[in-house]
Write a protein that binds this ligand. Structure first.
Ligand code: NAD
Length: 506
């Protein structure tokens, strides 16, 4: 979180203000920034949508969202009243040019009232097919051209493939400068993900061993226990590779693998991340065959309840070829990482909801202990858990208490919950505050998005062109298809899983 320095007066234009994202994430995040005194004295939130609300009924909708989704529970009456004074609703259709004039006059009104010219943040919380029309219409009413004060926040997905991502970049860059475009990947706002930078570059201990001489392999695993829920229609045109790997997982991988930046400037950090993506080995037909696995969940039982298979979910094609699970083995062809495999996997309806990075170090060069003393031998492992718990664990061997020399792996644990008393902010709080302050470090640059698409395109094209004959190939509440175990087992490793604590069980 940034230092508590007040931003300039700010206007949030939330396109899709009545939608799920606004209700569940954006408004609760802005409310917390207000409670924690991060909002400037003068700010306005303008909700835009087609539904017939007035200011009062719109505020009622948002209050319901806060009461349901906010990390601090129900809003206190007086605090909500103070906050909600800043909220306005404007019924508008993104396709209607005249409505942008109304937006413009609303903004003019605030400008006249306020002491300083405000920052204007256009937040596009709408379906991606509306991004081009909104950007073009904003340009027509001159709500886009001031590089210093207007910004546009684009939600994921950024493109459906390399071609569409390039087209969207061309369109946006024709209207906005790169420093006005905030491509959001909310994963980058998570505390533990941000902590990767602190952990690696604020400690002298790890950087000297952070390379192929000491690290044997890296795993990044982002698993969900839910299915597609009510997003079946959307998900069936997307799949695990697009939904998780192209964005969140590759972003996390970049933080693990990047070279030390010279300073903490947004451009410097983003350059180092693009360097990683550019050094990643391209997938040819052999790599796709041997280094990738796709899966789709079948029906099954989750905690005693029968759940549907993917192809039976609402909105999903009964013969769907869309993957709900993906596992890939990547290599980064540079001096630091040559021949160190990076295994990534993601899937829906898996046994556990967890996001974990596991870095396994090479074995000791020579074992001096007798075999019987080290039956549960485990090479050193650094485990960074993003969820369910936010922690960093270093697994080391230790002597078990007793009269004989028996070795056991034990964890040295840094857990956010036990270490810090402050409540952890939601990722959207961090990212919205950064957008207000004009800090793009945690947002994706255009070339970064395109390079990530470029990397996964051969896999996407191959999977789409060849219908899987084994789908569905893993049952609900499992760890994915057996072939995913084989992908890593053939190199002598296994997927790391966190023991499920009682509190994590639902
Ligand atoms: P939603 O369907 O709940 O909301 C869409 C909003 O767009 C509504 O407010 C609707 O009124 C508005 N809208 C639709 N057509 C319009 C028009 N012609 N003119 C004006 N407004 C119009 O969708 P959502 O879940 O809020 O998602 C919005 C975007 O955010 C999508 O791109 C989605 O991929 C992305 N996203 C959502 C989440 C989430 O948690 N919901 C998470 C990450 C990304």
């Amino acid at each position: 979180m940034k230092a508590n320095i007040k931003s300039k007066p700010t206007i949030f234009m939330i396109f899709g203000g009545t939608g799920d994202l606004a209700e569940r994430k954006l408004i609760p995040a802005l409310y917390h920034l207000f409670l924690d005194s991060y909002m400037p004295k003068e700010f306005a939130i303008i909700g835009l949508g087609r539904t017939d609300y007035n200011d009062d009924s719109f505020k009622k909708l948002l209050l319901g969202g806060i009461n349901k989704f906010s990390r601090s529970g129900k809003a206190e009456k007086d605090k909500w009243e103070d906050f909600s004074k800043h909220i306005t609703y404007l019924k508008s259709d993104v396709n209607n040019e005249a409505d942008y004039k109304k937006m413009s006059s609303l903004i003019d009104g605030f400008e006249k009232e306020w002491s300083e010219t405000p920052i204007i943040i256009h937040y596009l919380a709408v379906a991606p097919n509306f991004f081009p029309i909104i950007a073009s219409n904003l340009a027509k009413v001159k709500l886009a051209d001031d590089c210093d004060r207007t910004r546009i926040v684009i939600e994921k997905p950024f493109g459906h493939d390399l071609q569409s991502a390039k087209e969207l970049n061309v369109l946006l860059k024709g209207i906005f400068a790169e420093n006005q475009i905030y491509r959001i990947d909310h994963y980058l706002g998570k505390e533990t993900v941000q902590n990767m930078l602190a952990f690696r570059f604020a400690n002298a201990l790890f950087e000297p061993i952070w390379n192929r001489n000491y690290i044997e392999h890296v795993q990044i695993s982002v698993t969900e226990d839910i299915g597609v829920e009510d997003r079946g229609g959307y998900y069936d045109g997307s799949g695990a590779l697009r939904d998780m790997v192209q964005n969140h997982i590759l972003q996390v991988l970049c933080l693990v693998a990047m070279e030390p930046p010279v300073n903490f400037d947004a451009e410097e950090i983003r350059n180092r991340k693009v360097d990683v993506l550019r050094a990643m080995r391209q997938f040819g037909p052999d790599e796709i065959r041997f280094n990738t696995v796709r899966g789709q969940y079948s029906e099954g039982w989750v905690k005693g309840e029968k759940v549907e298979g993917y192809r039976d979910e609402e909105g999903v094609d009964p013969e769907s070829n869309t993957e709900t699970f993906a596992a890939l083995k990547f290599f980064i062809d540079n001096w630091r990482w040559q021949n160190v495999p990076f295994y990534v996997r993601t899937g829906k309806r898996m046994h556990q909801k967890a996001s974990i990075i596991s870095i396994q170090f090479k074995d000791v060069p020579h074992l001096i202990f007798p075999n019987q003393s080290s039956e549960s031998w485990q090479q050193n492992r650094l485990i960074i858990s993003i969820q369910p718990e936010m922690s960093i664990r270093l697994q080391v061997q230790a002597k078990r208490p007793g009269l004989d020399m028996t070795l056991n792996p034990v964890d040295m644990v840094f857990n956010y919950d036990g270490t810090y008393e402050n409540e952890t902010p939601e990722a959207y709080e961090t990212l919205l505050l950064d957008a207000m302050k004009g800090d793009q470090t945690l947002f994706m640059r255009g070339d970064q998005v395109e390079t990530a698409w470029d990397l996964i395109m051969p896999v996407l094209e191959s999977w789409e062109s060849k219908k899987s004959i084994s789908f569905p190939n893993y049952s609900a509440d499992s760890w994915g298809p057996e072939t995913a175990e084989a992908l890593i087992a053939k190199d002598g490793f296994h997927w790391f899983t966190m023991p499920i604590k009682k509190a994590d069980k639902k």
